[in-house]
Design a protein around this ligand. Structure first.
Ligand code: SF4
Length: 327
């Protein structure tokens, strides 16, 4: 049986604003197995980044629980033990703004080594060299400053910084979307190699569904703070069920006849994503859904299990009736 490293259970994160409450994350549940890559996919404003920020401890949840290796961590916000901060690390989208421009790569990588006491003063340099080697950068890069290296190289340094504490779970928040297409593949290949070598677990936040086909073991779709569908990757692409999933899949480019055969018929994107301070009642997708029924504007569907590890939240599958376990 595969171990579960992370459980997100009925997580809510609300932000009060002058215009009303933004329900950035609204009652979502999912789990991540040790060693897997779980893709958390959604459009901008879907709540995927806020979810990652709650998991890593940047925001305290409004409600719900986050369990890491069986330990409830959401209740210790602000007082997370160092060991926990060491185990859960994050790589941000924009390496340009996540690296301090006034510090050399050596100084940047020394911070986690010192704070988490991973290396003594004596072996600091050796550890920095090995971190750079791990991300395929030459040792002399330690004397460079972020402004002197390219975007892909900056992201390699950000990955090395995240790995400096020997984490077991790494949250990848759109790690390639700010990079040139020419280096995106290199970063993805590096991340996959590091996962193998170091037995890492990834929660991969992205808006790029096609990327998930190649890197994720499971895919979860978010829309307006809620989860719509979770499935193992092969099942997800072969048998998508939620109308929003189908809409997203129908919009991605395909490169092979096999993919073309699987791709849902083009579903025109209807309407705009509603404001997160004014989420429609009932199913939050009903104002854009091509399959909406009368009940959809009143009743919010619940997540039901429709296959092994495959859950969906849509009234079209109400006959499944079983409230889904945490997938
Ligand atoms: Fe569409 Fe209704 Fe399903 Fe929502 S519940 S996705 S509106 S069919």
């Amino acid at each position: 049986m595969t171990d579960t490293i992370l459980v997100v259970d009925k997580l809510k994160k609300y932000f009060p604003t002058k215009r009303g409450t933004v329900k950035a994350v609204d009652n979502i549940s999912f789990s991540v197995a040790t060693g897997e890559t779980m893709g958390l996919v959604g459009e901008s404003g879907s709540g995927k980044t806020t979810t990652a920020q709650c998991v890593v401890g940047i925001y305290p949840p409004t409600d719900g629980e986050i369990r890491f290796k069986g330990q409830a961590v959401s209740k210790v916000f602000g007082k997370r033990p160092k060991s926990l901060k060491q185990e859960i690390r994050i790589v941000f989208q924009d390496p340009g703004s996540s690296l301090n421009p006034k510090r050399s790569i050596k100084q940047i990588l020394s911070v986690p080594l010192k704070v988490h006491r991973v290396a003594t003063k004596k072996d600091n340099l050796t550890k920095i060299k090995s971190l750079l080697e791990m991300v395929e950068l030459p040792p002399e890069y330690m004397y460079k400053y972020p402004r002197a290296i390219g975007g892909g190289e900056k992201q390699m340094v950000a990955i090395a910084r995240a790995l400096a504490t020997n984490p077991s779970l790494v949250l990848l928040d759109e790690p390639t979307s700010a990079l040139d297409v020419s280096v995106q593949g290199k970063i993805i290949n590096l991340l996959m190699k590091l996962q193998q070598d170091l037995n890492l677990t990834y929660l991969f936040i992205t808006h790029d569904l096609s990327l998930m086909r190649n890197v994720a073991s499971r895919v979860a779709i978010m829309y307006l703070g809620k989860l719509c569908e979770i499935a193992p990757t092969v099942e997800f692409f072969q048998n998508p069920t939620h109308p929003y999933t189908k809409m997203l899949l129908s919009a991605i480019p395909v490169v092979s006849q096999e993919e073309k055969a699987l791709k849902p018929t083009k579903i025109a994107s209807r309407g705009e994503i509603p404001s997160p301070v004014n989420v429609p009642p009932g199913c939050s997708f009903h104002s854009r859904c091509p399959e909406k029924m009368d009940m959809c504007a009143q009743d919010d569907p619940v997540m039901v299990e429709i296959g092994e590890g495959h859950v969906t939240r849509c009234h079209l599958f109400a006959e499944a009736k079983t409230t889904a376990p945490i997938a």
